[in-house]
Each structure stands twice: as structure tokens, then as C-alpha cells.
Write a protein that binds this ligand. Structure first.
Ligand code: GLV
Ligand code: GLV
Length: 325
């Protein structure tokens, strides 16, 4: 019999077709909201599951689904996976890196420019009929070109943002990361490694590209915001929870920083009501990777990981490769 997989969310029909050619597929094509118990019920008896970043794979699910061998996430981030529990259960975890790097860096830059140059704020102003006449200080913002960009999280996406800043916008690029890049990689992206507090003090624009882990929760909170320049902008395209959204809303309201651009939120799809009440914040609904070619490539990569592992014992982008051995 073909190995059985469950696709937990609605996904491109062509990807369902590709999976169905080799696997026994059941799918949540109606995109119903599945409770943890419903997810368990749908995964039971399956060898694989296609997840999208919103389904939690934890010890309880793993214990209830002993036949499960692989969970393929259609996202680069995988804070929805309890990886140690998966490894202990002998379940392979895969994510979808690389194919989304440049698109997500574009998304980060879109938010940076929207926030610094007050693009979405200007659109709201215009649509509300408030644009009556020219004024020298109407919606004046901060420059992006030539400014100092500080990046928290220098993985592939952080490096793609650094290249855009340095090469495209003539920016001075600072970064801070758990581990410093090798000298040649640092030179390739023209970025200078600095301590966290130095980055916060010196940057005109701060871009957060960190995954959510116990170590990065509220990595940018009230204390960090207090170190930033009053003219600075903060962009978060990493994960909700890396920035303390309540502290950010307070800083924006009190003018302690100039603006923010946010694609990810604590508790999304809920957004902190005080952020919604701030005009100096550009908000997008977790779409930094959402170009059509990239979303398709992410879905194909997740599908290839399922097929490759269940039929041939090989996956392209394992998170816990020790399980494959
Ligand atoms: C999106 O947030 C992803 O992790 O791919
Ligand atoms: C992941 O960490 C990435 O930046 O691609």
C-alpha cells in the first residue's frame, strides 16, 4: 500500500495532485479550523503530515500517532514543532528554507520603506479625505538610503536584507546574531557585527529576522526600545513574540520611536488593539513570503520532502537529520 499522508490545510491543487500520484492523500481542502484533538484524529494512521506553520506537533500528538514518520512544514520557521519530542519519537521534521529567502527579504524591505516613508499612513490619510492642500511637513518621514540598518538574525533572509541595504540603498549595515558570520560571508554582505545594545543605539532602522525560540521571546521589549533613536523604525518579519507588541505599541504612542512595520504578531491572527490604534505602524498579515512563485516553491518543497522520505528515506531540508540515519 502507498504510505498515507494528511495535508492539514488547503493547498495548491497541483501539489495535491503531485502527492496523490505517489501517496495515499487525505486533505483538509475545505480549510476547516482543526482543534488539537481533530488534528490528532486526522493524523492517526498516517505516516506523514503536511503542515503550514499553524499546526502544533507536540508530544501529545506524537504519542497518539505512533505510525507517524515525517512532518513537513511549508514554512521556514518551525516554532509549531516540538523538535526534541519529534526526534525522541523518531519523527523527521522538515521546513521550507532557501526557496523563500529573496521574496521574504523583499517583503521586509517593503515594510521598512512603508514605515520609514509613512506609505500606509499616507494612504489612510488620503482615503480618509484629509489631503486638502500641500504642507511642508505633511507626512515627512526618515530616509532609508544612506541610513544605518541594524539586523537581528543573520540567517539566509537576514543576509539577503543586508545585501539589499548595502548594495541597493547605500546603507551602513550592522548585525547581531547568536553566532558571528565567518569573515568571508560578513564581507560578502557588507555587514559589521556589533553587540546588541550598540546596534540598538546606532541603527536608524532595526529589522528583526529572528525565529521564535525560548531564547528570543521578547528579544525586543521596553528596555531595547528605550535604547533606540526617537527617529528610528522597527520592522519585524521574524516571528510574533520576538517583539513585545504591548511595549512596542507604548513606544510608538509615546513617540519614543518613530514608526514600525510588522508582518508577524503575538497571538496572530489577533493583533494587539493598541497597535491597531497607532497610525505610525505599517501592518501586513504575515505575507512576507507571499509571492505566488515562492508559495508554490515552498509547497512543492514540503511535498518533495514527504515523498522523498516516505518512498526513498531522503528529505532535502531536514531539521533533525539524525532521524534519517
Ligand atoms: C513564514 O513565516 C515562514 O516561516 O515561512
Ligand atoms: C532562516 O533562518 C533563514 O533566515 O532562512
Amino acid at each position: 500500500a502507498k504510505p498515507a499522508v494528511f495535508v492539514a490545510r488547503r493547498i495548491f491543487p497541483e501539489v495535491i495532485e503531485k502527492l496523490s500520484a505517489q501517496l495515499d492523500v487525505s486533505h483538509n481542502q475545505a480549510d476547516e479550523r482543526l482543534s488539537p484533538d481533530e488534528l490528532i484524529a486526522r493524523v492517526q494512521g498516517k505516516q506523514g503530515v503536511f503542515t503550514t506553520g499553524s499546526e502544533r506537533i507536540d508530544a501529545r500528538l506524537l504519542a497518539a500517532c505512533p505510525g507517524l514518520r515525517i512532518c513537513a512544514n511549508m514554512a521556514v520557521g518551525y516554532n509549531n514543532f516540538d523538535v526534541p519530542a519529534m526526534t525522541a519519537a523518531g519523527v523527521l521534521a522538515t521546513n521550507a528554507p532557501d526557496v523563500l529567502t529573496e521574496t521574504t527579504a523583499d517583503g521586509g524591505f517593503a515594510l521598512l520603506m512603508a514605515a520609514a516613508r509613512r506609505v500606509t499612513e499616507g494612504e489612510h490619510y488620503l482615503r480618509a479625505g484629509r489631503w486638502q492642500r500641500w504642507s511642508y511637513d505633511m507626512l515627512v518621514g526618515q530616509d532609508v538610503h544612506g541610513a544605518t540598518l541594524g539586523i537581528f538574525g543573520m540567517g539566509r533572509i537576514g543576509q539577503a536584507i543586508a545585501r539589499r541595504g548595502a548594495l541597493g540603498f547605500g546603507m551602513k549595515v550592522l548585525y547581531h546574531n547568536r553566532t558571528r558570520l565567518p569573515a568571508d560571508e560578513e564581507a560578502a554582505v557588507r555587514a559589521e557585527y556589533v553587540a546588541k545594545d550598540v546596534l540598538l543605539r546606532r541603527a536608524d532602522h532595526v529589522m528583526v529576522v529572528l525565529p521564535l525560540t525560548p531564547q528570543t521571546r521578547h528579544y525586543v521589549g521596553a528596555a531595547e526600545l528605550a535604547l533606540m533613536k526617537p527617529s528610528a523604525t522597527l520592522v519585524n518579519i521574524g516571528r510574533g513574540g520576538v517583539v513585545d507588541d504591548a511595549a512596542l505599541a507604548r513606544a510608538l504612542r509615546e513617540g519614543r520611536i518613530a514608526a514600525a512595520g510588522l508582518d508577524v504578531f503575538e497571538g496572530e491572527p489577533q493583533v494587539h488593539p493598541e497597535l491597531l490604534a497607532c497610525s505610525n505602524v505599517a501592518l501586513t498579515p504575515h505575507i512576507a513570503s507571499a509571492s505566488l512563485p515562492t508559495r508554490l516553491a515552498m509547497a512543492h518543497l514540503a511535498a518533495d520532502n514527504l515523498i522523498g522520505y516516505l518512498l526513498h528515506g531522503q528529505a532535502q531540508t531536514p531539521i533533525n537529520p539524525e532521524v534519517m540515519a
